[in-house]
Write a protein that binds this ligand. Structure first.
Ligand code: ATP
Ligand code: MG
Length: 565
């Protein structure tokens, strides 16, 4: 490809709207162009990378026997009503009517459609298991599109679905898919982590996420740099350190006029926030529950719900709390709350001499001790981790880091097949629901993620497997232009994807654009060519240089590509 004719515009200027490195570099390298919030076009240079990522995904999916198909982007609402997601999805799901007044949605994911398709295509166990996948645009009306294509509204996703006869078969496919994902991310040179995840709006029984760590991520994870433990913040296990040492002091009332928040309290009494306790009321299908965590901790409502084995759980209103306790918000405490269910976080049980509300206006208690001054009905790990918590595996201090999700896999079980009535006949001729799994990769987000981990001050550094071009031929003087053209043709003939920078611009601009675009090898015809008849090759990632005779150039570039990362 000749650069002078290629639809790419590079820019030195940093864009003010770009919040993260990948967004900045994608705009500067002319990979994408924005049309509206979270809606982008991919220019040829960006599209080449997307196509290469898709190619890797296709190879890895075929390797595990998955079959590619293409589902409709626009889906009848009827299916979503049957699965219950017409109600449970919020405004991310774009709904509209056709000219006849029928409801439709823009596909944000395709469980419903694929379940209907398989229900109609397969009726016997003989065709099972089956894995299908597609690479397609999805639309989710995200409230805050950000980071360019990292969180877009329209984005490209690879979504795969598996249909099995038994849970064992489904689990085996889940594991195969996990291995395929590892290969995809490794081939894209991503330093990723695999973490357990919640099943969220997708539903299902268990799930894993593939993530990368990056400061621009919106998710938060806990990582132990010593043993490698890593977990999403909401799933991280909080272990309690040893019991606090020291004597239990007698409880005393203290006057705290107008002091309601933990911050105000710790300031007023000159104590650390971790020496205070928060008492919070929740309404659940098991009744009203009082929950106790340390002042510096936050309740993880999902952990609490699981511990209580409750179906529903929500914060009680201030009015209800007031009515129940007869005390003002800000002065509530566990002492004397015995008639309520009192759920206490493990960390609280290890502490001593806490400050709590006294269930009287403008009064707090000091030296409140678990088991002496209040008795929990239930104890457990019901909080989010905080900085400095110990690793649940090795006890070392953990760190809290930011992350981006690249992909997620779900064991769905019979959720969708039962709600949509998708069945097959098993060996005994009995009608059974398909056991399903679904597996997504954000293809367009992956492109940005690769840049987040592969760049330097000069621009992108593409891994060879997904680089838009493998080599760029640069003549640094008009005297080498013809030889550059010959070299370009030679490389092309040898099957190497090559860009020829034939523009009438300075050598400096050619070099800086080649760096910005991240092309793995520069093939340079300059002074050395004129003096020694040698072509220079410079690698983008390591900046290594070497000289090669013109006859050996294709061979050498091929070897270098083979050995490159
Ligand atoms: P997130 O938590 O980041 O919103 P999600 O859990 O809603 O993602 P899934 O439904 O699991 O996403 O979709 C599969 C993959 O699609 C994700 O792992 C992610 O890589 C990608 N993806 C999801 N939402 C977006 C988006 N708004 N823009 C770009 N990629 C996305
Ligand atoms: Mg997800």
């Amino acid at each position: 490809m000749r650069f002078s004719q290629y639809l790419v515009t590079t820019s030195k200027e940093a864009s003010r709207e770009a919040e993260c490195v990948s967004h900045q570099l994608m705009l500067r390298a002319g990979l994408i162009m924005k049309f509206a919030a979270g809606i982008y076009s991919y220019l040829p240079m960006g599209y080449r990378v997307l196509a290469r990522i898709t190619c890797i995904i296709e190879e890895e999916m075929e390797r595990i026997g998955a079959q590619r198909l293409l589902l409709p982007f626009i889906q009848p609402a009827e299916l979503w009503k049957k699965s219950g997601r017409w109600e449970s999805w919020g405004e991310e799901l774009v709904r509209f009517k056709d000219r006849k007044g029928a409801d439709f949605v823009l596909g944000p994911t395709h469980e419903e459609v694929i379940t209907q398709l398989i229900e109609q295509q397969i009726n016997s166990y003989k065709k099972l298991p089956v894995i299908v996948y597609q690479v397609q645009a999805k639309f989710r009306d995200e409230p805050r599109a950000r980071g360019g294509v990292i969180r877009a509204r329209e984005f490209l996703m690879k979504d795969a679905y598996s249909f099995c006869q038994s849970k064992e078969e489904a689990k085996a496919i889940y594991e195969k898919m996990k291995e395929a994902y590892k290969r995809v991310f490794s081939r894209c040179l991503l330093d990723y982590r695999l973490v357990e995840a919640d099943t969220g709006t997708m539903g299902g029984e268990f799930s894993h996420e593939f993530i990368i760590l990056t400061d621009s991520g919106e998710d938060r994870i806990v990582e132990c740099e010593k043993c490698g433990y890593v977990a999403k913040l909401e799933r991280a296990v909080c272990i309690t350190d040893e019991a606090e040492k020291g004597e239990r002091q007698p409880v005393k009332e203290v006057s705290t006029p107008g002091i309601r928040t933990i911050k105000e309290l710790s300031h007023f009494l000159a104590c650390q926030e971790k020496k205070t306790l928060k008492t919070i009321f929740y309404e659940t299908d098991k009744g009203l529950i009082a929950v106790l965590v340390r002042g510096d901790h936050y309740v993880n409502e999902e952990k609490l719900r699981l511990l209580l084995k409750a179906k529903e759980l929500k914060l009680a209103s201030d009015n209800l709390t007031r009515k129940e306790i007869g005390a003002e918000i800000g002065f509530i405490g566990p002492v004397g709350l015995d008639r309520n269910k009192l759920v206490v976080d493990n960390t609280v049980m290890q502490g001593k001499n806490f400050v709590t509300g006294a269930n009287k206006k403008d009064v707090h208690l000091i030296n409140v001790n678990p088991n002496r001054d209040f008795k929990p009905t239930l104890t457990g790990d019901i909080r989010f981790p905080v900085l400095g918590d110990s690793c649940p595996l090795c006890g070392n201090e953990t760190k809290i880091k930011r992350a981006i999700e690249l992909g997620q896999i779900f064991h769905l079980g019979e959720g969708y097949s039962s709600s949509l009535g998708a069945t097959f006949l098993d060996k005994m001729g009995k009608e059974k629901y398909f056991i399903m799994g679904c597996y997504g990769i954000g293809v367009s987000r992956l492109l940005a993620a690769v840049i987040e981990q592969n760049y330097d001050k000069d621009g992108i550094i593409w891994p060879k497997e997904i680089a838009p071009f493998q080599a760029v031929v640069i003549a640094t003087s008009p005297d080498t232009a013809r030889a550059a053209e010959g070299t370009y043709l030679r490389l092309k003939k040898a099957g190497i994807d090559t860009l020829w920078d034939d523009r009438d611009v300075s050598a400096g601009i050619k070099f800086s654009d080649a760096d910005l675009l991240g092309i793995p090898f520069k093939v340079i015809l300059g002074n050395i060519f004129l003096k020694e008849d040698k072509i220079e090759i410079k690698t983008r990632r390591r900046g290594e240089k070497e000289k090669v005779g013109r006859n050996g150039i294709s061979q050498r570039v091929k070897e270098l590509i083979k050995d490159a990362e």
